[in-house]
Design a protein around this ligand. Structure first.
Ligand SMILES: Nc1ncnc2c1ncn2[C@@H]1O[C@H](COP(=O)(O)OP(=O)(O)OP(=O)(O)O)[C@@H](O)[C@H]1O
Ligand SMILES: [Mg+2]
Ligand SMILES: [Mg+2]
Length: 411
């Protein structure tokens, strides 16, 4: 497909000898949208990677972390995005160690099924970067991605040429731009790392916040105790905005509760899945028992979101306490079943007698959950003898020898 680039006020970044970037000529030149998309991804990859950011943060943790949000505000100003525009996105903000993406995916599937135009921002991606920014459940298309990428890149470059945002921060800003432009009715926003200092926390008025299962990850940044980790995750709580969390340890819970009370947050623990009354028995779209706390959290987020937006999605009796389950109608059961989140407890069968079990576990709790799920899937294969091969990779400051132990007795 050929498209003409819209004229913008952008400055050309990489230029040829005659001072013109052939990928980004603004008037009268035709460039294929794929080429333009590839150029956008190339440029994106020149921004500081997440791994490099984490390494840098570790060095000067306090200073750089506290600089993060003021910087993000400046970038938003350069992009001419106001808090009012962000408020209009009716954001559901989700932090936590494990299950953020799944919880967001369930919440998105439910709201989309109800007819809302949804925006979904998650990380990481599996195959291509556009998976991180979804409109109505679908990765934003190459053309929109490229167009908005250059728009944001150039607006920021004009004011901050010596201090361009790193990869994740850039994508967060790009997501905001796309969601505002697409006029989505709700955004489900996954935190990158922690919460307090995460660039997604630049938003001031989400409709509801969620904290998923807490566990040990990024401990050089967030601390090595669950209570310290909880402090960071609770950093997304905002004055008078309700919050829900998945069950955790008493120490971590106390931190969540005290941070909530200091911000007048009405907070509740998501109930066990058995507390809900489903219209029929369901087989959730993301498998594994560990997904049930994520589903419960998503249901509570929807409930609070609809109350905050005064949209009667659930029509619950007004005296239903916020820590209890509720009747889950048929259409919601359908949405929970239709939800897809590839690479997390995903089974891929081939016609060559090979079955792949794919999962993204990389913390103690999630490795445990992954091992349980894998054992169940091995049993489902219904074969007497199965040759099992584990391919395991882990990055950053995680300990492969500790994590692989969880899989040992299953292989
Ligand atoms: N509630 C949970 N408890 C324990 N492990 C979980 C839970 N939910 C998901 N997991 C595990 O975590 C992995 C990643 O799931 P998901 O993408 O939902 O989480 P995330 O918090 O977004 O993770 P990431 O750190 O990769 O962004 C899954 O593949 C699964 O192994
Ligand atoms: Mg993570
Ligand atoms: Mg994630």
């Amino acid at each position: 497909m050929i498209r003409i680039l819209l004229p913008t006020n952008r400055i050309l970044a990489t230029t040829s000898a005659c001072g013109v970037n052939p990928f980004r000529m603004t008037s009268g030149s035709a460039v294929s949208s794929t080429t333009q998309y590839e150029e956008a991804v190339r440029l994106l990859n020149t921004l500081q990677s997440n791994a490099a950011t984490i390494k840098k943060l570790r060095g000067q943790r306090d200073h750089l972390q506290t600089m993060n949000l003021p910087q993000c505000r400046k970038y938003l100003e350069s992009m001419r995005i106001t808090q009012k525009e962000l408020d209009a996105l009716n954001i559901i903000h989700v932090s936590g160690t494990k299950g953020k993406g799944s919880t967001c995916a369930y919440a998105e599937a439910i709201l989309r099924a109800r007819g809302f135009k949804t925006g979904l921002y998650t990380s990481p991606h599996l195959i291509h970067v556009r998976e991180r920014i979804r409109i109505n459940g679908e990765p934003v298309d190459e053309q929109i991605f490229a167009e908005e990428f250059f728009h944001v890149y150039d607006m920021i470059k004009t004011d901050h040429s010596e201090n361009m945002p790193a990869y994740f921060k850039f994508l967060t800003l790009l997501a905001f731009r796309i969601f505002v432009k697409e006029k989505v009715e709700v955004v489900i926003l996954e935190v990158g790392i922690g919460g307090e200092y995460d660039c997604t926390n630049v938003i001031e008025h989400p409709k509801v916040c969620g904290v998923t299962t807490l566990d040990y990850d990024h401990i050089s940044l967030l601390g090595s105790k669950l209570s310290e980790i909880a402090w960071h995750k609770a950093g997304i709580f905002k004055d008078n905005v309700p919050a829900v969390y998945s069950p955790t340890t008493v120490e971590a819970e106390n931190v969540l509760l005290s941070r909530a009370s200091s911000k007048n947050v009405q907070i509740s623990e998501a109930p066990p899945i058995s507390d809900y009354c489903f219209a029929r028995s369901i087989s959730p779209g993301i498998s594994g028992l560990h997904q049930f706390p994520n589903i419960s959290l998503a249901l509570q987020l929807i409930r609070h979101w609809s109350e905050q937006c005064q949209l009667p999605i659930l029509e619950l009796p007004s005296d239903t306490p916020s820590y209890r389950g509720f009747p889950v109608p048929e259409w919601m059961c359908d949405a929970i079943e239709s939800c897809r989140w590839p690479g997390r407890s995903q089974v891929v069968r081939t016609n060559r007698n090979v079955t792949y079990l794919l999962d993204g576990a990389h913390t103690p709790k999630s490795m445990e959950a992954c091992a349980e799920w894998a054992a169940e899937e091995f049993a489902n294969l219904g074969k007497k003898s199965v040759k099992k091969i584990a391919l395991f990779q882990c990055t950053a400051d995680r300990s492969p020898s500790t994590l692989i132990n969880y899989l040992k007795d299953k292989f």
